[in-house]
Every structure is written in C-alpha cells, then in structure tokens.
Design a protein around this ligand. Structure first.
Ligand code: ATP
Length: 358
C-alpha cells in the first residue's frame, strides 16, 4: 500500500454535513495536503481515513481494498496529532518504542529502531528525558518519531506544526518534506496554513464548508485557482478582486468598472453584459509614478516595508488594492501613482456561479 481512494465520502454530525461527497485519490507515495479554514472538514476527513470516525456514506479504499469496516489499528496507517499525545511518564525512548512493544517486536529490534529514528530526527541525545523536560519543537519530533517508527503504508498528519513558533515551523517544514522524500511513503497532511500546503505538497486539496474546491499541484492552485475562494485562500496577501462588467467593444471583450477599462483575460468567452470579478495578485500589480500604456491612476494609502519587498495599499476608484513591489519604495500616503495589472496574470470569476473561474 498505499494509494488511498475516497469515493463519495460523506460525514454528517446530527444532520449537519461536515464532509460532502468527497472524491479524491491520494497516490502511492504522494504528499497530499488537505487545506482550508477552520471547520471546513479536514480533520473529519483524516479521521475517517484512519478509522477514528465512521463515514455516513461513501467508501475508503487502500490499494483498491475497502477498509471502511476496519478499526484504526487494522488500517496500516500511522497518525500524528496536533496535540502530540505523548505519554508523560515514559521517556522519549519508551514513547518512541511503545507501538513496537505493543506489536511484540523483540527488544533488541525496538532499541535498534528507536536509535535509528531518534538519529534521523536529531533527538538521539534526548532519549532518557521525559516529555515535560522537552521544548515544544523537541516534543513535536518525538510525536513524529512515534509515527514513523512504524512501517505504515500511509502517514496521516493533523496540523503537526501548529503549536510551534514561526521560526521552528519553517525549519520543521523543510525537515518534513525531506522525511517524506526519504521514507517514500504516502503522506496525508492537514493544515489551515497555506504556506505549509504550498511548500511541502505534491498536490493540495482545498476545502470549504465540507466541499472540495480544487485538488491540484501548488503551481496549478496558485496560477489557475478554480474558484474565488481558492484564489483568496492560497497566496499571501490574498488576491485582489475588482467587480465589474464584461463588455464587447469592437469585437474585443473588455473588463470595465468605474476605475478600470481593459481587455479581459484570454479565454473569457462568455457573453458580454454580465457581472464578473477580475482577480489579480498583489505581486502582479506594477506601480509607477508616471502613466504607462495601460496604467490606471491610483493613490497610495499606505506602504509597509517587508524587507526585500514593500507591500502597498492603494486606492483605486474608491476600493483598496494591494501591490507587492521590490524595495526600496519611498512615497508618502496620498501620492498619486499609476497601476498596471499584468495582462497575462489576470483571472476572471463568475460571482453568479459560486465564484467559479471563467
Ligand atoms: P479545524 O481546522 O478547526 O480543526 P477542520 O477543517 O479540521 O477544522 P472539522 O474538525 O473536520 O474541521 O469539522 C468540520 C465540521 O464538523 C465543523 O463544523 C465541526 O463543528 C463539525 N464537527 C466535527 N466533529 C464533530 C463532532 N464530533 N460532533 C459534531 N460536529 C462535529
């Protein structure tokens, strides 16, 4: 194992739908991340895969074998929880070796595997300590070690980095990605953090209100978001949205509103006259102090230096729009500026169809 296949998987809690008819294939050795805001059904999905929650309907197959009826301990999966769930009175070595002990693995073999896993996670010097004598990051490594010491077909990780501070989190992101490459096993990872999803995953499944919005590679999700929700959720700061109308002018399709009048993105073959939303990421808004070809006038609201870049908030026709430009950028609030929306990086959405991409 393990390809994990979810068919029409559904979970209701007292009539409330937590996961709605989810179809998803997680390929063997893939790093797939379920991402979305709090309450969108990520954890419930993971708990159904590992057998801690029973689905209302639909099926779960590991390598084409139905497992929905099997208890968690017979599913060939290992799970890492956000809360670490370490045994407080056991040492790190005992915590790491516990699952193997339960499986009646011989003692010398347990010692060998504990040493190996501790070495690979950089905690070999902590084996005799107890959880309360460890930092948050060290505890997290032990929790990871406890999962990977088992030879499971799939590793399920539920927000394993969310209790760590920002610096530790970014270090552990790189380590997890490396661990996946070394273990060559299926990883299903749950997070609400789009940076974790973007940086580690082979594919990202974006969920909203129990419904899968898009499942694709990080590049695809960023460059071709299927819905306004995905466009806004993936990317920081979020994509700018401008509401306007699609009009046909001299055979050309144009996006128009009070402030912007420009050719609509290629592929927007929909009838003219309808309301649409134009999306552009802050990194694709160019800013100049003189008008250029297709630029539109705006005014600087505020500039926030980020180090190598500066985040600008600008007023455009009564709305605020963000632009990310290279540092340094010196201008006072209310300075008149000119914005160019990168023609090949524009997105068009249909607000009447749940924000679907056009
Ligand atoms: P978070 O990031 O906050 O953990 P999540 O995306 O993992 O959120 P779930 O925990 O899967 O979301 O919850 C999905 C929905 O199901 C939520 O509306 C939640 O309130 C509901 N839910 C989850 N578990 C239960 C339960 N045991 N009983 C009733 N409702 C539940």
């Amino acid at each position: 194992m393990a390809e994990v296949r979810l068919d029409q998987l559904r979970k209701e809690f007292a009539g409330n739908v937590a996961v709605e008819d989810l179809n998803l294939i997680i390929e063997d050795r893939e790093f797939l991340t379920l991402v979305g805001p709090s309450g969108c059904g990520k954890t419930t999905t993971l708990r159904m895969v590992c057998g801690l929650e029973k689905s209302t309907s639909g099926s779960i197959r590991f390598d084409d074998v139905p497992v929905g009826h099997l208890p968690a301990n017979r599913r060939d999966v290992a799970m890492v929880f956000q809360s670490y769930a370490l045994y407080p009175h056991k040492t790190v070595a005992q915590n790491l070796g516990f699952a193997l002990k339960m499986m009646r693995v011989p003692k010398p073999e347990i010692s060998r595997r504990v040493a190996e896993v501790a070495e690979s996670l950089g905690i070999a010097n902590l084996l005799e300590r107890r959880p309360k004598q460890l930092s948050g990051g060290q505890r997290q490594r032990v929790a990871l070690g406890r999962a990977i010491i088992r030879d499971a077909g799939a590793y399920l990780l539920d927000e394993p980095l969310s209790n760590l501070d920002a610096q530790l989190r970014s270090g552990m992101r790189a380590e997890l990605k490396r661990l996946h490459a070394d273990l060559r096993r299926t990883f299903i990872y749950v997070t609400h953090d789009q940076v974790e999803a973007m940086t580690m995953s082979d594919r990202i499944a974006v969920m909203k209100d129990g419904v899968l919005q898009q499942c694709a590679s990080p590049t695809e999700v960023y460059e071709r978001p299927a819905t306004m929700f995905v466009a806004a959720f993936m990317g920081s700061p979020a994509m700018n949205f401008l509401t306007g109308e699609l009009r046909s002018v001299g055979g050309e399709r144009r996006f128009m509103n009070a402030a912007v009048d420009r050719p609509a993105p290629v592929g927007s073959a929909d009838p003219a006259g309808r309301e649409v939303v134009l999306g552009v990421r802050p990194e694709h808004v160019r800013v100049s102090d003189v008008p250029t070809g297709t630029s539109v006038p705006a005014r600087l609201f505020v500039a926030e230096p980020l180090g190598s870049e500066v985040l600008l908030t600008l007023e455009l026709g009564g709305e605020l729009i963000k632009a990310k430009v290279p540092a340094p950028f010196d201008a006072k609030p209310d300075t008149p500026l000119h914005l160019t929306l990168a023609a090949d990086r524009l997105h068009l959405f249909d607000p009447a169809a749940d924000g679907r991409s056009l």
